[in-house]
Design a protein around this ligand. Structure first.
Ligand SMILES: NC(=O)c1ccc[n+]([C@@H]2O[C@H](COP(=O)([O-])OP(=O)(O)OC[C@H]3O[C@@H](n4cnc5c(N)ncnc54)[C@H](OP(=O)(O)O)[C@@H]3O)[C@@H](O)[C@H]2O)c1
Length: 280
């Protein structure tokens, strides 16, 4: 997120002084960045830049996973693994906006974070969440389970999320966090990805349940216009007050290492935004 300071000679849009958004991937912790004009999406006036910062990664990931694979009708049920996290809360906020019923796994201490969005929280430390989800959805017409599940834990955890799907349901895998938190290695994470492909190929034997892997960078590379359209749609929802990113702190860029220590400790329940220009 930033204001265009200067454009290249051949660049007509965006104009100088326009607030724009981009997914830098790397190099975003800086006061100045040189970015390709074709990636930039204008940020409408009247939006808090700290809330706008939540859009290009967390909300866009959530929005594309919720809308680009399936048309989930209002009233459909979704399972959000890691619902208290940054992408998890974006999934909860957008699910609420779309009229979906959400079940979210998190630690018990984070129940208020999940319940604030009107979702049902399930403590993943307290036994088998698959049984809990199947019991919560027992009355679903057409069979127990959820219509879609979103899982960034990866590896063998995908088995459990897939087991929560109703007939015809969709699992969207989007990470291998299990590797990052040190419980499984790269082979296990790779097997998790292979499972998604296998299940999808064998869908007709698995009560038509399907599985895909979502990658925001892959989707931007292959569908840039779709990516920019979705980002613009999210800025409109933000400006209209239809979505509510949770910003828990705003700190100067110099605090980056402390902020990462807080993220590593877990349980933040919202986004900390670094202000490269210093706090106001
Ligand atoms: N593929 C893509 O395009 C894409 C895009 C964006 C992000 N991602 C990936 O998405 C993942 C999540 O990112 P984030 O920024 O949302 O992370 P985050 O804010 O750190 O949140 C992670 C959440 O996971 C929960 N968690 C940890 N272990 C769990 C388990 N075994 N079962 C259920 N929940 C568990 C934690 O909940 P509690 O604290 O309540 O325990 C925490 O709130 C990362 O791996 C990231 O790389 C992928």
């Amino acid at each position: 997120m930033g204001v265009v300071e200067k454009t290249g000679r051949a660049v007509a849009v965006p104009g100088e002084n326009q607030m724009v958004a981009d997914l830098c991937v790397v190099g975003g912790y800086a006061q100045y960045a040189i970015r390709p004009a074709r990636f930039l999406v204008p940020v409408p006036d009247g939006i808090d830049p700290a809330e706008a910062v939540c859009i290009p990664l967390a909300y866009l990931t959530a929005f594309q996973m919720l809308t680009r694979y399936r048309r989930l009708a209002a009233g459909a049920t979704v399972l959000i693994i890691g619902a208290s996290g940054t992408v998890g809360t974006a999934l909860l906020d957008l699910s609420r906006h779309l009229g979906l019923k959400a079940i979210g796994t998190c630690s018990a201490a984070n129940f208020p974070v999940v319940e604030r969005f009107g979702a049902t929280a399930v403590d993943y430390h307290a036994g088998d969440f698959v049984a809990a989800v199947r019991s919560l959805t027992a009355d679903r017409p057409g069979g127990a389970g959820v219509d879609a599940a979103f899982d960034a834990i990866g590896g063998a955890h995908f088995d459990r999320s897939f087991a929560c799907l109703a007939p015809g349901g969709l699992l969207v895998g989007y990470g291998s966090q299990t590797m990052a938190i040190g419980r499984e290695g790269m082979i296990s994470a790779g097997l998790g990805m292979a499972r998604l492909k296998l299940w999808n190929a064998m869908s007709f034997l698995l009560r038509h349940r399907q599985a895909v892997f979502y990658s925001i960078t892959a989707l931007r590379a292959s569908q840039l216009e779709e990516f920019k359209t979705d980002m613009a749609a999210l800025f409109k929802l933000l400006r209209d007050g239809a979505i509510h990113p949770v910003v828990i702190d705003r700190l100067p860029l110099a605090a980056a290492s402390q902020v990462h220590a807080r993220i590593d400790a877990g349980g933040l329940g919202g986004k900390i935004v670094l202000l490269p220009w210093g706090s106001a």
